[in-house]
Design a protein around this ligand. Sequence first.
Ligand SMILES: [Zn+2]
Length: 299
Amino acid sequence: MRWRGGRQSGNVEDRTSGGGRSVGKVATGGGLGMFLIALVVFFISGGDLSSVTDTMGGGSVQPAAYETENVSTKEYTDQKEFAAVVFAHLEDYWNGEFEQRNERYQNPKLVLFNDSVNSACGQASSQVGPFYCPADQNVYLDLSFADELSNRYGATGDFAMAYVIAHEVGHHVQNELGITQQLDQIRRRVSETEYNKYSVRLELQADYLAGCFAKYLEGETHDGKPILEVGDIDEAVTAANAIGDDTLQKEYQGYVVPDSFTHGTSQQRINWFKRGYRYGDLEHGDTFNEKNLDLAFAY
Ligand SMILES: [Zn+2]
């Protein structure tokens, strides 16, 4: 992605301590256990995990602990600038889309943090992955997730991270459209297993919206050159594949429990991202339509 020198969003709040931050190095004894600990901490701290619509790395299995290691200021500055430029493009795109529909759009904010952060949805550690909190309309991101994407999930390249940020902003768009609120009501009256099916649809829609953003970027230029570069879409697809529920469960627990899926299979995530990239509109993104969920798309 051609991002250097691009406009940086003014809606970025840096709560990190600068260059000395955690990097996604795997410590032993992690996996599911660490995630449970993270969850316990979350509830003890009074957090409402249910209102956090996302954990990027799959709901039931989570990455291991981090080891703190200094990251060079240059690398940190680059990652921060990259995130701010992607966020600015997302602002341009979604403001334009909502304007066309004669609807108001309120920009979300990007909060950068390391290790742990306080949100209106409670306290969260980096281990829950990037997330969006509807209560304060912030996207929370530990920049070290970029290292984790490449080291743990094998999803390298800058556009893997752009996909992640676009997915989180997709949750904000769902909030602006009232979809999040409808799902909150459903959550109150159905079983957890039943709700998981809705969660999958919500997540796949965020992937679809990330695909729409990629389509938009394809038509944009910086200094007369296209912003989207060769390989960018593949980078996003690789990331979507790596964080599918089935792939994560196979990796971390060795077997797959479809009823516990909250984000969708790798194939579903790829399909919906690609579908967004193909159509680039809100109309083709109805993941809640029964016949759309497992639709195999031909490309
Ligand atoms: Zn999500």
